[in-house]
Unconditional design. Structure first.
Length: 311
């Protein structure tokens, strides 16, 4: 899908033609759409196709007539009816007359510009537009990190009541998401540092505050991801130890029960042997004597085990 926008008299409007100062937003474009834009703009089709590869790394490539900026953005996907946080590439191509964005999905990072929820946004101010997109991206990372933290606390409360595999699997998924976020945020930070040194992207004094906010926001997201990842990893280890300890307690209890029950079983098996001169066989009270003896030995064993806190 290809959408063309242009700011006219301070209002973002759709356009049908590629003109100077416009924004070309490409969302999961087809091969035909990629070829069409490549022919109209002179952008290499490989650069237009690069953001559509989920494994593409964040980087900057400077060409003669344009600059390609690839950053990682967070997104929420469903797998097996469960939400999972991952990162995908977002391509920003800065040319002399226009700016192009390419992404696999319709991301809220760009949607907020289309809906007019970003102040001081103009398609022809390309440097500010890039910084605003990157700032929204860092803010989205922070928002998802807070959501992950809340979810991990909810799962932790459930684990205090019942240590089930499903809760541990959910924690593992959140931990994987934090690993993705940390890796992507660090890659984005390298892109930001390189972008500051590029002469092809003009820097204006009025955008300095926005640039500082972007760097601070990204660093804060990195720190939060590291903190949450450490907490989640420690929680996983703690509950894994608790589950293992509970299993040992159950096994110890079952072993003690087995030993206690084996005493009357062993005595009964002895007296079940088929021979004549069995002790107490001729006594009318033989059965009661044997039963009481077995119960006595069993009681003594139970007391010994309780003293050793095996029950």
């Amino acid at each position: 899908m290809i959408d063309i926008y242009k700011t006219t008299e301070g209002i973002l409007q759709r356009s049908t033609e590629i003109t100077e100062g416009c924004w070309i937003a490409m969302t999961n474009p087809s091969a035909t759409e990629l070829l069409e834009i490549a022919e109209k703009t002179g952008i290499e089709i490989d650069h237009l196709r690069a953001p559509l590869d989920e494994e593409e790394r964040a980087r900057i490539e400077v060409e003669e007539n344009y600059t390609l900026i690839l950053v990682d953005i967070p997104t929420l996907e469903k797998r097996n009816d469960k939400d999972r946080y991952v990162t995908i590439p977002l391509g920003i191509i800065v040319a002399k007359q226009y700016i192009i964005t390419v992404c696999l999905v319709e991301t809220p990072i760009l949607k907020c510009f289309i809906d007019g929820r970003v102040r001081d946004f103009y398609t022809y101010k390309k440097t500010r537009f890039i910084l605003q997109m990157l700032y929204r991206n860092a803010s989205t990372f922070l928002s998802h990190l807070r959501t992950i933290d809340r979810k991990s606390e909810e799962i932790e409360r459930k684990l205090h009541i019942s240590t089930q595999n499903s809760e541990l699997i959910e924690l593992l998924e959140l931990e994987k998401s934090l690993v993705y976020f940390t890796t992507s945020l660090r890659s984005n930070e390298v892109v930001f540092e390189k972008m500051l040194k590029l002469e092809t992207i003009k820097h204006y004094p009025e955008d300095e505050d926005l640039l500082e906010d972007l760097i601070i926001e990204n660093k804060q997201a990195i720190e939060m991801a590291n903190i949450y990842s450490g907490i989640l990893s420690g929680t996983m280890d703690a509950f894994a130890s608790i589950i293992s300890n509970n299993q040992n307690i159950v096994m110890k209890f079952l072993a003690a029960i087995t030993i206690v029950l084996s005493i009357p079983t062993m005595i009964a098996s002895f007296y079940g042997m088929n021979f004549v001169h069995i002790p107490g066989g001729g006594s009318p009270y033989g059965f009661y004597i044997v039963t009481c003896g077995a119960l006595l030995l069993t009681s003594i064993t139970v007391l010994v085990f309780r003293k050793k806190k095996l029950f």
